[in-house]
Structures are given as structure tokens and as C-alpha cells.
Design a protein around this ligand. Structure first.
Ligand code: SAM
Length: 219
């Protein structure tokens, strides 16, 4: 019996390690998701639209070359881009982790007299429907492991329109994320879509306010 007891701490330790290996990733990603949700819900808890009601300029400038049909706005926030897509004839799904953002997006859609299908989901764990969208839009959100899923979500011939901050944004001291996990390296966005037909790519400083990479590419 005593011989057996001396193994108990090791058995517990092995159990903990196995538990972490089998479950750990899910537990930590749902914990991270919860943190994101709390952070963004708080940020959006204002009457005003913190990112405004007008779409991202890059989307506005290129709306005419996007194939009409079903569009998904990834991390759509308060809906400025989703509503613009709907105004331009798209059948729009919009997803965000923040319920507050989703409610504001639906209010904006109502104000602009369009319909969007807006839903709350954590993109860290979301299962993207395959071959579903003619357009996927992603603005100011970077989750590298989501990119293959976005590609799968597009129909053949479907188009991705993507713009977000580069590391230069932080280096220049512009407003935006400071964590490099959320900042693109030079050519990184372009390299993600090497297997697509790249229609447009740039890395620029916009209005001396933000440094971004912008891409349009077709599956
Ligand atoms: C900088 S905002 C951009 C919002 C919008 N794309 C725009 O351009 O106005 C980033 C958005 O990502 C959302 N977000 C952060 N983590 C997320 C997650 N794990 N799943 C879904 N959305 C998330 C936030 O709620 C927030 O709305």
C-alpha cells in the first residue's frame, strides 16, 4: 500500500498534463474569447458609433468590382461595412463576438433601411460554412488561423476584401493595436493569398493616421 502511495503525486501530475493536452487549447481559447467579449462590449457601450457609420474607404472605393451575391463581414463591429454592403445589393451576414456591437449594427441597418443577418460568435471557435460566400470582407481584424477558413468559406470565383494594420502602424505611434499578434508583417497579407488571383494589394500610410495593408483577391 505504501509503495502505491508514493506514485500518487506523479499520477496526479500526469493526469493534469493529459487533461491540459486534451482540453487545454479549448479552455484557453474560450477564456481568451470571454476576455475579448468583455473588452469589446465595454468599448462599444456608448451611444455614438466608435468607428463611425460610414464604411471603410477601401471598401467604398472598390465596391463596384465585388461580385454581387452573399457577403460575410468578419468581425463586423457596429456594422458600418455590413450595412454599406447591404445598401449595395449584397445579402449580408455579419459576425462579431460583441453582442453590444451586433445590436448597434442592427440599429444602423434599420436607420439605413436595409436588412442584414447579424450574429454573435467567437471567431476563434466558429465553424465557417464552406463554399457559401461571393464576398468575404474583413476590416481591422487579424486572426491568422482564420484565413484558411475564410478561403474555404468563399465560393469558387468569390472575392476577399481585407484591410488591417501593419507593424508600421505601431512603429509610427499611430492609434491602434500594440500587440504584434494583431499587426501584419511586410507582405504577410499578400503571402496569405498567393493561391488566389490577387486583384489589388498595397501597404500604405493613410492620411498620416494609420498604416495598413489592403488586399482584394479572388478564389
Ligand atoms: C477594430 S474592430 C473592427 C470592427 C469592424 N470590422 C470595423 O471595421 O468597423 C475589431 C472587431 O473584432 C471583434 N472581435 C474581437 N475578437 C473577436 C472574436 N474572437 N470573434 C469575433 N469577433 C471578434 C470585436 O468585437 C470588434 O468589433
Amino acid at each position: 500500500m505504501n509503495n502505491y502511495r508514493k506514485y500518487i503525486p506523479s499520477i496526479i501530475l500526469i493526469g493534469i498534463i493529459l487533461f491540459y493536452i486534451l482540453m487545454g487549447n479549448d479552455i484557453f481559447s474560450s477564456f481568451a474569447g470571454e476576455q475579448d467579449r468583455i473588452f469589446w462590449d465595454k468599448k462599444y457601450q456608448t451611444e455614438s458609433y466608435i468607428f463611425g457609420k460610414e464604411p471603410v474607404e477601401f471598401l467604398m472605393e472598390h465596391i463596384d468590382i465585388l461580385p454581387r451575391g452573399k457577403a460575410l463581414d468578419i468581425a463586423m463591429g457596429e456594422g458600418r461595412n455590413a450595412v454599406f454592403l447591404a445598401k449595395n445589393g449584397f445579402d449580408v451576414d455579419g459576425v462579431d463576438i460583441s453582442e453590444v456591437a451586433i445590436k448597434k449594427a442592427l440599429m444602423l441597418a434599420q436607420e439605413k433601411e436595409v436588412k442584414i443577418h447579424a450574429f454573435v460568435a467567437d471567431l476563434e471557435t466558429y465553424t465557417m460554412p464552406r463554399n457559401t460566400y461571393d464576398v468575404i470582407a474583413c476590416f481591422y481584424y487579424l486572426q491568422r488561423d482564420l484565413i484558411p477558413k475564410m478561403k474555404e468559406g468563399l465560393k469558387r470565383g468569390g472575392v476577399i476584401i481585407y484591410e488591417t494594420y501593419t507593424i508600421e502602424n505601431m512603429e509610427r505611434g499611430f492609434q491602434g493595436p500594440k500587440n504584434k499578434d494583431y499587426l501584419l508583417k511586410p507582405n504577410e497579407l499578400l503571402n496569405f493569398f498567393r493561391d488566389f488571383k490577387v486583384i489589388y494589394y498595397r501597404e500604405v500610410v493613410v492620411n498620416n493616421k494609420s498604416a495598413v495593408a489592403s488586399l482584394i483577391a479572388q478564389k
